[in-house]
Design a binder for this molecule. Structure first.
Ligand code: GDR
Length: 328
């Protein structure tokens, strides 16, 4: 039975990946931080097959212990302070966890190594936020980085140190440059889920408006379930490499709003949306669109859920859960 160790197990991608790897016959270990973490209880109920191990990306010793215990074949580093907006207020913490956390994990892998002739394979969750103020469109693995937030800067460090440890020590380390990926498990702080959830609540009469930031930004939005498949595929190749994972389409926040309101059968969104400066960021990433032809060619990866289906999936999910809450 292959063994996988996941950091960021409580997040959207951690959950999708645990489910996917379990389906492939893996024994799945998830790292959980903090004392009495309330998400651990929730996770144990929903994913009883995941064995939780205490550890923290800020603490190298805990990472070494966790790897020694799990003895994984594959490590997926999805743990991060992942909300771009908060990284402006907590820049040092973000740099420590999202950036230096990658270095600590690579050092732990160097120390623990893996069983002989079967070295640990490492996946780093890199991000399209590294492209920031984009230097070319669409963005590929070779597009220069110009991050626009402390989060983006930390991800650039994580990406570069992953490449460096691969080149310096021969670690099987891959960096997946994933563009935005969404779904019903997305946290409510991210724009797509904020909208799908608010739309459901407006439809049911329990919310009156949505307060938002910049509606002009454009993102290449895919479905998280499709994207975790790409992570696994990267670690099954003969040699490690870096890959852009994206749909190749871009849509504005306004387009997302239009589709989401439409899906719920609500009138024009303009009358329900108010903009507030507190949701604007000190520096914005205006346009992202990825060219994932390398992943499509080398890994045989293709996304299965398109933009309209993604919006439908998220709005219908939120309508169902918000309706169930009302019935309680
Ligand atoms: P992003 O995702 O920053 O692209 O990073 P997010 O959904 O937070 O923002 C997308 C865009 O929407 C604009 N926006 C708002 N965003 C939020 N969250 N709330 C609002 O009210 C709002 N109004 C407008 C933002 O300004 C932005 O332009 C995500 C994260 O998952 C990262 O961790 C990941 O690396 C990248 O995607 C790929």
């Amino acid at each position: 039975m292959p063994r996988a160790f996941i950091t960021g197990i409580t997040g959207q991608d951690g959950q999708h990946l645990a489910e996917f790897l379990h389906g492939k016959g893996y024994q799945v270990f998830g790292m959980i931080k903090g004392q009495n973490n309330p998400r651990a209880i929730q996770l144990a109920e929903e994913f009883p097959y995941v064995e939780l191990i205490p550890g923290d990306l800020a603490d190298l010793t805990s990472l070494v212990s966790a790897l020694e215990y799990a003895q994984p074949d594959e490590v997926y580093n999805l743990g991060a302070i992942s909300f771009v907006a908060i990284s402006f207020n907590q820049a040092e913490l973000t740099s420590n966890i999202t950036g230096l956390g990658v270095l600590r994990m690579l050092e732990a892998i160097r120390m623990v190594g893996g069983v002989q002739n079967n070295p640990i394979r490492f996946y780093q969750a890199s991000s399209s936020e590294m492209f920031g103020q984009v230097r070319q469109t669409p963005q590929t693995e070779l597009t220069p980085f110009h991050p626009r937030s402390p989060y983006g800067c930390a991800k650039v460090f994580g990406h570069n140190i992953t490449v460096n440890y691969r080149e310096s020590y021969g670690i099987y380390a891959c960096s997946g440059i994933l563009f935005n990926h969404e779904g019903p498990r997305r946290g409510l702080e991210f724009v797509t889920r904020k909208v799908s959830n608010a739309v459901a609540r407006i439809k049911l009469g329990v919310q009156q408006e949505i307060v938002m930031g910049n509606l002009d930004a454009k993102r290449d939005w895919g479905y998280a379930g499709d994207y975790v498949r790409a992570m696994w595929m990267m670690l099954q190749q003969d040699s490690p490499d870096d890959y852009v994972i994206s749909t190749g389409e871009t849509h504005s926040i306004e387009e997302f709003l239009t589709r989401a309101f439409d899906e719920a059968g609500l009138p024009d969104w303009h009358q329900f949306v108010r903009q507030d400066p507190r949701f604007f960021r000190p520096a914005e990433v205006d346009l992202l669109i990825g060219d994932s032809s390398k992943a499509r060619k080398n890994l045989g990866w293709t996304p299965e859920v398109d933009f309209p289906s993604l919006v439908t999936m998220m709005v219908q999910h939120d309508l169902a859960i918000e309706t169930a809450k009302l019935r309680k």
